[in-house]
Design a protein around this ligand. Structure first.
Ligand SMILES: [Fe+2]
Ligand SMILES: [Fe+2]
Length: 453
């Protein structure tokens, strides 16, 4: 196969599927009854339907006989149920039998001593899986071909194509340190990178947590990216790693980070298969380092008649569960707390944007006036996770949010210094506006990036 020189490294043209956060659930464990219905009121992703949705994706991958490589950056099972792992591995084995090479990394939803299922209206404890067991379970899907394994975290490095290595960094192997790539793991990674350089091999990284926050406001959310993300991104980029494949946030996003030395890291974060936005990716890197990213919707699975499409079915669960979650927060309490919560709930569920605009003395576009606040928030929330957020400058939604933010300018200015860390200043207005509208100049879903930077 052809090898080419990129930024001093050598790599082979590469074509692979990237799917993540399959959250596979073996429906045989039980997913019915009152306890299940209650749980699903606030669960944003499908559980009973999970195996069928994932099987539909695997069928598509099988049909593409020209692409042999599949990369899965974690949260393989719903919540670590042993039988879910076994059922997923059966699917992966079938793909392997078709000639596919599969590389996975495990994450927080994959080890859990106490799995759960739902039977006869009750929540039932089922056999879970330990971290140590994951090594044996997924041995065929990464560890077997590894040049080195860090047994403590189940990180590894493996040759995925001629002169091309996958550095699988597991930042989610312990509850207490989730999202952490510590100094010990960084030292191991540095050794692997140096060895790869000696062997003239090109490195692509994979990590369950995004390295770069998927949207600007996620910088403020601790669990939305690896800890000390700027430091980790700098480490990777300055050591010649240009691309990292991530999941965890169930979001479609592509981001770049440029270090002080001018080196760039591209982070491709991909959605779950079992909920909105329900996408996976096909990525092709040619001999010149030109990377084409295509996002493909999960499709061809059975869904109830009342929905028009798979997309509508996936969107509905997210919308329904988020609204229920908010209302749950606003339930309960006693005395004055209960009264305030009830009042807050009523306002949130019924207040229209025209009323808020009046209260804030701002003008909003007539198309938004009769939209309820809860529906407006829901629409923006769903759009954030789909990527290519449409609410850019000039749209009624952007202008309404901008005017509201301007009204609260004095509060934002008070809060911003408290949110700033390590000398990095926070500009909340810009963060929010760049989160609801994609201003990056390229798509989060389908885009072409030159890895040569
Ligand atoms: Fe996940
Ligand atoms: Fe996760």
């Amino acid at each position: 196969m052809n090898t080419v020189k990129i930024n001093g490294d050598f790599m082979t043209p590469l074509k692979f599927y990237l799917i993540t956060d399959t959250h596979y659930f073996n429906a045989e464990l039980g997913a019915e009854g009152k306890a299940y219905e209650e749980y699903m009121k606030t669960e944003a992703f499908y559980l009973k339907e999970s195996s069928e949705i994932n099987k539909a994706v695997f069928k598509k991958l099988k049909e593409d006989t020209e692409t042999d490589l599949i990369i899965i950056p974690g949260d393989l099972s719903k919540d670590g149920e042993y039988k879910s792992h076994k059922a997923l591995i059966e699917e992966l084995d079938a793909l392997k039998d078709e000639g596919k090479k599969i590389f996975v990394i495990t994450a927080g939803h994959d080890y859990n001593e106490h799995g759960r299922s739902y039977k006869n209206d009750e929540l039932v404890k089922v056999r879970g899986t330990t971290l140590a067991e994951l090594y044996d379970l997924y041995f065929e899907f990464g560890y077997k071909d590894a040049l080195s394994v860090d047994k403590e975290t189940l990180s590894y490095i493996a040759e995925i194509a001629e002169n091309t290595r996958l550095l699988a960094l597991n930042c989610d192997s312990k509850r207490e340190t989730k999202g952490t790539i510590d100094e010990r793991l960084l030292n191991w990674a540095k050794e692997q990178i140096d060895k790869a350089k000696e062997d003239n091999a090109y490195i692509i990284a994979m990590c369950h947590y995004p390295i770069i926050p998927s949207v600007p406001v996620f910088d403020l959310v601790g669990d939305a990216h690896v800890k000390n993300w700027r430091e980790i991104a700098t480490f990777l980029a300055d050591n010649g790693v240009e691309l990292v494949l991530t999941g965890h946030m169930h979001i479609q996003s592509i981001n770049e980070f440029v270090t002080e030395k001018g080196n760039r890291l591209v982070d491709i974060c991909t959605s779950t298969t079992v909920g909105t936005p329900g996408k996976y990716r096909k990525i092709e890197i040619d001999e010149n380092g030109k990377m084409d990213v295509k996002s493909i919707p999960v499709c061809d699975f059975t869904f109830p008649d009342k929905f028009k499409s798979e997309e509508e079915f996936l969107d509905w669960r997210f919308d329904y569960s988020v609204k229920n979650k908010i209302n749950k927060i606003l339930e309960g309490g006693s005395g004055i707390t209960k009264t305030l919560k009830n009042f807050g709930g009523k306002i949130l569920n019924s207040i229209k944007l025209k009323t808020i605009a009046k209260l804030l003395f701002i003008r909003i576009d007539s198309s938004l006036k009769d939209v309820k606040l809860i529906d407006f928030a829901g629409e923006i929330g769903t759009a954030i996770f789909k990527g290519d957020q449409p609410f850019t400058q000039g749209t009624p939604e952007y202008e309404a949010v901008l005017k509201a933010l301007n009204r609260f300018g004095f509060i934002l200015k008070k809060v911003e210094p408290k949110l700033s860390k390590n000398g990095v200043k926070v500009d909340l207005k810009a963060m929010i506006l760049n989160t609801i509208g994609n201003n990056k100049g390229y798509s989060d879903n389908d885009t072409t990036i030159n890895l040569k930077g």
